[in-house]
Write a protein that binds this ligand. Structure first.
Ligand code: PLP
Ligand code: COI
Length: 355
């Protein structure tokens, strides 16, 4: 038997809430599994991880994450396969990205090994919370925040790493309408756009709300300097099928390197489909829709999975895409990825990790 170099303490809740879950109707992010994992960093090293009942925790009023925003997170999912196993999808990529985000935010390093160990231990402990229904999954939220109780500005010396999980249904229940944003920016060159830093999401709320007040679901972010180039769509990467080519903005320090998008690209290449990762202009997107050369546009992200884009708003005009029923590529991609995740077909890329 394999033994781990880590040890963990675990305390089971006395009052499981699992029987209160309406599995046919789970809102995104509001139902929490019974336990969470907590691990503290001090004196230059991580302490022992601990699994404890899910619940509130006390914080020093000067907790530096609250004031100065040293806070990063990941978003991933666990699935129940047809054989009854709980699995995660490319978790090592989340572990790597988490490390990169923490590095950029000047926070404590956590090895990929330790991250993955903590993840598996919590998922094993709350195994019964991984939904059995294949339209549902378990959203997994690893995060780290600075815990120094200090009002001065400097990198914190102490951190807390945590993971909690939420059984979830769909994030978007319909095809989405997105507005191309030309006034506000999500990320600037040299900034923290490529990190999954909490503040990036706070900064996006106000411009997104303005668009939502006008009937859009989210924004298409453009580059901060010229607003001529498309970057991301809300909390998703954005992909287009133009003249039969899969086109998506190339990764940069203003774009989060998404695991869903990377997987879509690798599947498309495996099928022999031409793929272009490059700068994509707003102009060419609008022109391709107008000329009927854009057969599909969609957002790709863990929470939202593949979200078909119905309409793009630009300078007060609406640009409508072909009906969702005609989207052969994204439909096939979702099927292929789901088949791998739920163990219905062979995992030909070795992407699925059994917990
Ligand atoms: N871009 C942003 C800003 C996000 O928050 C996310 C979600 O995690 C993504 C892209 C998609 O990344 P992934 O597919 O790894 O979830
Ligand atoms: C994810 O897809 O994991 C995200 O980060 C989106 C989230 C902010 C709900």
């Amino acid at each position: 038997m394999e033994t781990s170099k880590y040890t963990i303490k675990a305390t089971r809740t006395k009052e499981s809430k699992i029987n209160e879950v309406d599995w046919d109707n789970i809102p995104f992010g509001r139902v929490f599994s019974d336990h969470m994992l907590v691990m503290d960093y001090k004196d230059g090293k991580w302490g022992e991880p601990e699994i404890i009942p899910f619940g509130d925790m006390g914080l020093h009023p000067a907790t530096s994450a609250i004031h100065y925003g040293q806070s990063v997170f990941e978003g991933m999912k666990a699935y129940r396969t047809v054989d009854g196993d709980a699995v995660t999808f490319r978790p090592e990529m989340n572990a790597k990205r988490f490390r990169k985000s923490a590095h950029r935010m000047c926070m404590a390093d956590i090895s990929e090994d330790l991250f993955l160990y903590c993840l598996d231990e919590l998922l094993k402990f709350d195994d019964e919370w991984v939904p059995k229904k294949h339209t549902n999954s378990m959203y997994v939220r690893p995060f780290m925040f600075a815990t120094d109780g200090y009002t001065g500005i400097k990198p914190s010396e102490t951190y807390r790493f945590m993971i909690f999980t939420c059984p979830v249904g769909s994030y978007y229940t319909e095809a989405i309408n997105l507005k191309i944003e030309e006034e506000y920016s999500r990320a600037a060159e040299g900034g923290v756009g490529a990190a999954k830093a909490a503040g990036n999401y706070a900064a996006s709320l106000y411009p997104a709300k303005l668009a939502q007040d006008n009937g859009f679901h989210q924004l298409i972010w453009t580059d901060a300097q010229t607003h001529e180039y498309v970057e991301e769509a809300g909390t998703m990467n954005i992909l287009f099928v133009i003249d039969g080519v899969l086109v998506t903005p190339a990764e940069s320090d203003t774009i989060l390197a998404g695991i869903t998008k990377r997987s879509v690209i690798e599947v498309a290449k495996d099928w022999g489909m031409p793929v272009e990762e490059r700068k994509v202009t707003v102009k060419e997107v609008i022109k391709a829709i107008e000329e009927g050369r854009m057969s599909e546009a969609f957002g790709a992200g863990t929470a939202a999975t593949i979200a078909p884009i119905k309409m793009i708003g630009f300078r007060g005009k609406e640009y409508h895409l072909p009906g969702v029923e005609k989207r052969t590529f994204s439909k096939k991609v979702v099927e292929d990825l789901d088949n791998m995740k739920y163990g219905r077909t062979e995992d030909r890329f070795d992407w699925v990790h059994k917990v």
